[in-house]
Design a protein around this ligand. Sequence first.
Ligand SMILES: [Ca+2]
Ligand SMILES: [Ca+2]
Length: 491
Amino acid sequence: MKKLATLVLMIPLLLSWTDSINAEESDQVKEQVIYSIFVDRFNNIDRSRDKQVDIDDPNAYHGGDIQGIIDKLDYIKELGFTTISLSPIMENSPNGYHGYWIEDYFKVEEEFGTLDDVKTLVEEAHDRGIKVILEFVPNYVSENHQFADDSSKTKPNTTADILWLDGTVTLNQENAEVKQMLLDAADFWLKETGIDGYQLHAIEQTSIPFLKQFIDHVKEVKPDIYLTGSVLNPDKLSDEYLDAGIPLIEYGPMQEAMVNVLTNVGTPPSDIYKKWEESGKRTGLLYIDNKFTDRFTREIVENGQNPLTTWKLALAYLYTAPGVPFIYQGSEIPMDGDTQEEIQRLVQFNNSDPDLHDFFNKIAAIRKQFPVLSHGKFELVDSNGAMSIFKRYDEDTTIFIAMNNDVGTKSVFVEDVPEGMQLTGLLGDNIVRKNEDGKYKIGLDRESVEIFITEKDKGLNWMYITAVVGVFLIFVLFIVALSVKHRKRSQ
Ligand SMILES: [Ca+2]
Ligand SMILES: [Ca+2]
């Protein structure tokens, strides 16, 4: 009887234990920093496959391939990325450089490589600690797909505002054969290539019952799968989609808010925070541009700002606010452009800015070192003019993120720092100590950023000062002795 009672008492404990394990698994994806690769427009190494390439035609293949990605894995790792997300690589109809004209879900597009190339890519990525996500297109197929002429398997196209959609036929996801084919395709890539997950394309166009079935299915096949979702029409993204079980969904309103604030010097970063509060405090995929938007660099240049300076501010927010940074290829160069041709240009690896590379690396390292930046609570501390300070915190750690988007030097006071602590900057050499009023005054130059951890206030280091003064005194005595000796000799 006593044993039974003990067991019954243990049930809630066991339940909470399994809960925390599940939470840890699903939370892993939230620690990533994702590099988004547009395969045809990344890096052309395997020229033997360039059968449909026409670099002068923005609507033709430009030659990027799987080998081109393998060759750049060290580069991607050096930039601090932990996951790569590839545009669709399934076999496409002619000119399907974007990957959205799928003819066969079980083959690799011949312009990109073979299934063996993809396996090699995944192995090489995993050897470097990099996860691989494939974009999966569940809503439509090429006009040449075997389902395209079967009216029971298709539906009329509903959205016509996208460039490549006129080459596609919308799938009827309620049809049993269509469902089965999509689920089999999802299994195929997981099992054959060892990829870590999927970026589901345009989730707001998917039927909800199918979406839920798909998510349940792939989670059963791979319980620790990384699932992300892209959104083409944010207006159609209802709560049903947000709650369907995809942990990270592209966060359009945040992109708009970030661009608006950061390309208008004098606007406080707290405006981005307000937008986050208004739109329900989601933790989504945070991106500042992608293959469908103008390059952020273009917006910066158009506003007469310095790309390196403004990119640093953007990265500071992307890497420390709730969500996962989703960085479009070429941002690290940084690439520029506002036409399809420019936005989707092959990455210009030779034009890169070493300072921006270093910053990518540094801020990714900070995010990795402090998990509170992935999981902690997020709050606005205060603003002064266009300088704002945010904090991320949990029971053990507090980190302050200071961003000055003002036209001049600004400072903001911070009060809630535990007794005996100082604020130590991780990006520069900034140290802030408590003043006589018990406050911490954080000052920053215009358009700059700093990330502060709280550390024990070391005060002035007397040991060091004594040593330096001591060495100096010995040196002076030595010189005096020498000159006395010299004078005696010359007498
Ligand atoms: Ca090629
Ligand atoms: Ca093809």
